[in-house]
Design a protein around this ligand. Structure first.
Ligand code: B12
Ligand code: SF4
Length: 534
């Protein structure tokens, strides 16, 4: 069908020319695009902005929106619709606010939930000129998750690729929407499909891969103990199976080329489980983002995370990751009602004491779909605050230049004070001397240089452009981040391994009967098979 094209657009106001991590949805939806529509055109605006003239009447434009890029996403959609294209939204924000996407983004259709299965129907309906308003993509089973079409990626543009192994998280933190949208039941992808995909990425020259999972440690010792104490044999069997599958995946990851580096995210409870951390190390999962959030018991209670550790126990728990060879990117939140001026210093000191390799200090943001957001929306209903004519509870609709940096008032500190103190914490953690000291965790001088670059890049991209209200500082930060990103890209590049073979699996696994890409652009057809032959 050369009279029409499918475009998939990842909206962003910030284009750096090089991106750190691939936006996975782009390549998964590309795999979900029915063959009749041809190969989709992928546009990642974190690299460069979409060219309006590339869209023609009758094209189908799929746009993914999370809360932070919804405004830009809607502008792209309106532009595409004005050029006569079919406009479809998906992603977490569209899942939570389908009506907003239809209205403000002038969508013809919105997909809520997972797109792996729903997208083919949307495309077929658009081709027939009859899209429905809302498609419920739901929560598909792990075996239905599609492998991404990496053959459509420009490998020159990204430092890390992203591969998902599990969706959903059993916890219920107050600031997080994952457990509500992706659900609390962990849905694991078949490990064979994960491994095949990683092999195709290594062939292209990617050895750094982010495991884009909600929580890589879905079963804790407490979960197992409770199921045992309650004599809940069905639950115990289910949890044991999930855990066994995690180990199976890690065993297979360990057989991949030794230069692979994986990074994931998980709860700090994994510090209890030496076997699990050892399996991670052997699988080359070198690091994990761990949600520490707060260093005090009151702070943890405020975010429904009182199962996290605080004080000295926290430092010990995090050190265990390091002892087992897994680096921690500690994630902290500032602006919790329990925070006081002294909390900022205490937090950065704890981050240093616990030996976390990287850290991020984010400011409390009430994301839609969370408990915090629900509470705030209720409060605001009584006495709504407006910015221009936009209620503050729809802050993503406020133009970025005038959008406040914090939305919910703190009981004792002003937003400016919280922002300034947060900025100082970033400065202190990523000060040259501190980074140099931390860089002794890597073996070679080259790796140390990579570590320093990565630390500075991380700091610039997140804190420099995000928190700062000073536009000169933001501009300088952006230029710096752009330059550093280009240098980092070179450090992450690996020699492609086009000859790398996929393991041969013995029995066809459900959900794997799909086209695979050999990495050189050529296609191979399934069936793929389950247990690897030794
Ligand atoms: C990996 C990840 C990251 C990585 C990589 C980001 C990247 N470049 O891809 C890193 C660590 C960099 C990151 C950063 C941030 N992230 Co993040 N991240 C994730 C995570 C865990 C997985 C995303 C992923 O790749 N999933 C795999 C793909 C295949 O799934 P998917 O994106 O959901 O897409 C599926 C469906 O949504 C649907 N779909 C998606 N788009 C479209 C489009 C169309 C047209 C259709 C039909 C369907 C469709 O189909 C897809 C296949 O089923 C999610 C959690 C989650 N469950 O979504 C959080 C999440 C998206 N992140 C979140 C946040 C808040 C952030 C940060 C703001 C954190 C911070 N404070 O700095 C930054 C923002 C960065 C930015 N500017 O984009 C929030 C977003 C909340 C919200 N309401 O917007 C989430 C949901 C986590 C949470 N705790 O709530 N993130
Ligand atoms: S913050 Fe992490 S642990 Fe908490 S619900 Fe979200 S994904 Fe799960």
């Amino acid at each position: 069908m050369d009279w029409m094209s499918v475009h998939l657009v990842n909206p962003s106001d910030n284009s750096f020319g090089t991106a750190v991590i691939t936006p996975r949805w782009l390549f998964v939806l590309a795999a979900a695009t029915p063959a009749v529509a041809g190969d989709p055109i992928l546009v990642d605006e974190s690299l460069e902005q979409i060219v309006p003239e590339s869209i023609k009447a009758g094209d189908i434009v799929g746009i993914s929106v999370h809360t932070g890029n919804a405004l830009r996403g809607y502008a792209v959609g309106r532009m595409a619709r004005s050029r006569g294209a079919w406009v479809v939204y998906g992603g977490i924000h569209a899942t939570l606010f389908p009506e907003e996407a239809l209205e403000r983004g002038e969508a013809h259709a919105v997909v809520t939930g997972d797109g792996d299965v729903a997208w083919a129907k949307v495309v077929t309906d658009c081709l027939a000129g009859k899209p429905e308003r809302i498609y419920a993509g739901g929560r598909i089973e792990g075996g239905q998750f599609l492998a991404a079409r990496w053959d459509l990626m420009n490998p020159e543009k990204y430092m890390w690729a992203s591969v998902q192994t599990i969706r959903g998280c059993p916890k219920h933190c107050s600031f997080c929407s994952v457990w509500r949208t992706d659900g609390q039941k962990p849905r694991q992808r078949k490990f064979q499909s994960v491994i095949d995909e990683i092999v195709s990425l290594r062939r292209l020259g990617f050895r750094y891969i982010a495991l884009a999972d909600d929580n890589f440690y879905p079963v804790t010792f407490t979960d197992l103990r409770l199921a045992r104490e309650q004599n809940n044999t069905a639950k115990l069997a289910e949890l044991t199976e999930i855990r066994a599958e995690r180990f199976q995946l890690m065993e297979e990851l360990a057989k991949l080329p030794k230069d692979m580096v994986f990074f994931t995210q998980m709860t700090m409870e994994a510090g209890e489980d030496g076997d699990y951390l050892d399996a991670m190390r052997k699988a080359n999962i070198k690091g994990a983002l761990v949600g520490i959030e707060a260093v005090t018991p009151e702070g943890l209670k405020a975010v429904f995370k009182d199962w996290n550790y605080s004080g000295d126990a926290l430092a010990r728990q995090l050190q265990k990751f390091k002892e087992h060879g897994v680096h921690v990117l500690g994630s902290f939140i500032f602006g919790l009602p329990t925070d006081r001026p002294a909390t900022f210093d205490a937090t950065v000191e704890m981050a240093m004491k616990a030996g976390v390799t990287f850290a991020q200090f984010v400011m409390m943001t009430p994301f839609p779909g969370t408990v915090d957001f629900g509470r705030w929306e209720k409060e605001q209903a009584l006495n709504p605050t407006l910015v221009g004519d936009v209620p503050i509870t729809r802050y993503w609709m406020i133009p970025t230049e005038v959008r406040p940096k914090m939305f919910t008032p703190h009981p004792t500190m002003s937003s400016d004070e919280i922002r300034d103190r947060t900025q100082k914490v970033w400065d202190r953690f990523y000060e040259w001397g501190a980074i140099w000291k931390r860089s002794d965790c890597v073996p070679t001088l080259k790796a140390r240089v990579a570590f320093i670059f990565l630390s500075k890049l991380y700091r610039q991209m997140y804190a420099g452009t995000g928190i700062s209200t000073d536009s000169a500082r933001r501009k300088k930060s952006k230029a710096w981040a752009r330059w550093t990103a280009a240098q980092c890209k070179r450090l992450f590049q690996a020699t492609p391994m086009p000859e790398l073979a996929s393991p041969v699996w013995e029995v066809a696994a459900p959900g794997m009967l799909q086209t695979a890409f050999a990495g050189d652009g050529s296609e191979t057809q399934g069936p793929f098979v389950v247990i690897p032959r030794s």
